[in-house]
Design a protein around this ligand. Structure first.
Ligand code: TXE
Length: 483
């Protein structure tokens, strides 16, 4: 069985606890690796290593820090096939998705922030006839914690650690205990990429143990977290009195607003993708499909026909488009939502059950059919809570105002997709929807320079581009007389 290690002070090692956790393959339900069950002693050791490394790393020229990130990106490219297979095995996602999205994007994240730090600059304020010049000195914060989830494991892990390291911080990263393998692989190449010992540390283990100890440690000055809204709220409460910098990227209950004047075929095809990609386990996935009354029946029928054709398969099979859900508890949670929907009177238009195992190897895997529900009101739990699986609901609207009202009838505010060929209406609706991100006639198109994050219960702060570099630096205003 594969045995993962923590990376502390440049050394790969087991936890001080000497305890291990099983790591299960979602497609088979069987353990294939074990990971250190890290605790507060491991956090203390990582903090000590990061503390020693910080004075050197924080003054390392930015070109050199960028070079380390680029080299790491090249190592991802060099080992991409192994990473693709590992990500698929660990998460249950199809290898085709890991190949097309997760692993190339992880490489891109490292390269992008290598470039970003080379172009990052701070402000100076010099009024005409100035007696004084004011400039902003952006300093690395020190030791920062990066906590990432299981749905896009290496993609989101690198999205956090890259800006943190580029800005000159020392990082203690905690990948999800559910999908730890690719972060461990990356940690093994940190030295080869040129990072001095202690600059980048990785701790494996449970959220409420290793994660909690990291969040609570007084020397960890900032936490960048992506995960569930409840966990985010808990981290905010834990750190409130410690005045840590926090970036929280949380859940979503994203509307797709389909107007009658949309490009019908494109809207159907993309809504299928935005609903069911990665088994619906992307915080940006559409989950509430709002359809204008005059095309409701046609759109529903076209969507359901396409959804019925998606059959979950063995993630290791190159042809598979939908894989397994990430864990047994998560599969049960998703099926529980579907049962609750039925009790509330929903009509199941397709799916609604655990899916049959695609082959003998996957007999005990966690497969769920793509599920389309209709007939539920906007206030019911199924239209309010994040399901985070291959489950969508359909609702009907009669006017632009009603569409916006339904879209905003949520405690979440991460992303929205809007389908119309009327550019002014598209702009109007986008600006009236309470969300951090709006896609018009497209979905999941990302420019890494743009701010990324949500409003309401979807989070606090923005990631991406210079926003991330600003988060991972502390601005100091300096004032100096001109004469
Ligand atoms: O996430 P957790 P879970 C949503 C989705 C899902 C729900 C719960 O709805 O069903 O969240 O998922 C670490 N201190 N999203 O429970 O627990 C944990 O170890 C510090 C949306 O799996 O939030 C992991 O590394 N860290 C989401 C990370 O937090 C703690 C992606 C995320 O796990 C901790 C995933 C603690 N007390 C789930 N407790 C998105 N926004 O994309 C846990 N962790």
């Amino acid at each position: 069985m594969l045995e993962l290690e923590n990376l502390i002070g440049g050394e790969l090692r087991a936890s001080e606890s000497k305890a291990w956790l099983d790591n299960v393959e979602p497609a088979t339900g069987k353990p294939f690796a074990r990971i250190p069950r890290s605790n507060a002693a491991d956090v203390a050791a990582a903090v000590a290593a990061a503390r020693s490394a910080f004075p050197g790393w924080s003054v390392t020229p930015f070109e050199q820090r960028a070079e380390c990130l680029r080299k790491w990106g090249a190592l991802i490219a060099q080992h991409s096939e192994a990473l693709i297979l590992a990500e698929s095995q660990d998460n249950g996602k199809p290898v085709s998705l890991a190949r097309a999205v997760d692993i190339p994007r992880a490489q891109k994240n490292l390269e992008f922030f290598a470039g970003a730090i080379e172009h990052f600059a701070s402000d100076a304020h010099i009024p005409a006839g100035a007696t004084h010049i004011h400039y902003t000195h952006r300093k690395p914060i020190g030791i920062v914690g990066c906590i990432s989830p299981w749905n896009l494991p290496l993609y989101l892990f690198t999205w956090k650690i890259a800006p943190a390291l580029a800005a000159g911080n020392c990082v203690i990263a905690k990948p999800s205990e559910v999908t730890p393998v690719t972060a461990w692989m990356l940690s093994k190449w940190a030295e080869e990429a040129g990072f001095p010992p202690g600059v980048f540390n990785v701790l494996h283990g449970l959220g409420h143990e290793a994660g909690q100890a990291l969040v609570e440690h007084p020397e960890v000055k900032a936490i960048s977290f992506t995960g569930g809204t409840q966990t985010g709220a808990h981290i905010a409460r834990t750190t409130a009195g410690m005045f840590k910098k926090l970036s929280l990227e949380l859940g979503g209950k994203n509307p797709a607003v389909i107007f009658a004047d949309c490009d019908f075929e494109k809207a159907v095809a993309t809504t299928i993708r935005s609903s069911f990609a990665n088994q619906g386990q992307i915080c940006l996935c559409s989950s509430r499909i709002l359809i204008e009354d005059s095309i409701y029946d046609d759109f529903r029928d076209a969507l359901v026909a396409k959804a019925r054709r998606i059959v979950p398969g063995d993630p290791a099979d190159q042809a598979t488009k939908m894989g397994a859900l990430v864990s047994a508890p998560h599969r049960d949670k998703v099926l529980g939502f579907i049962r609750e929907a039925q009790e509330l009177g929903a009509t199941v238009l397709c799916g609604g059950e655990a899916a049959l195992a695609p082959n003998e190897r996957c007999e005990t895997g966690y497969f769920v059919q793509p599920t389309v529900l209709e007939g539920l009101g906007p206030k019911c739990s199924i239209n309010q809570q994040e399901i985070f699986g291959p489950v969508i609901t359909l609702q009907r609207f009669h006017s632009e105002a009603e569409a916006v009202e339904l879209a905003n009838d949520s405690t979440y505010g991460l992303a929205a997709t809007i389908w119309t060929q009327d550019a002014q209406k598209a702009h109007r609706v986008a600006s009236n929807i309470e969300s951090g991100i709006a896609w018009i006639n497209c979905w999941l198109v990302r420019d890494l320079r743009t701010p990324f994050g949500g409003v309401k219960s979807s989070g606090v702060g923005r990631e991406g581009g210079f926003e991330a570099l600003r988060f991972f630096t502390e601005p100091q205003s300096v004032c100096i007389p001109t004469a």
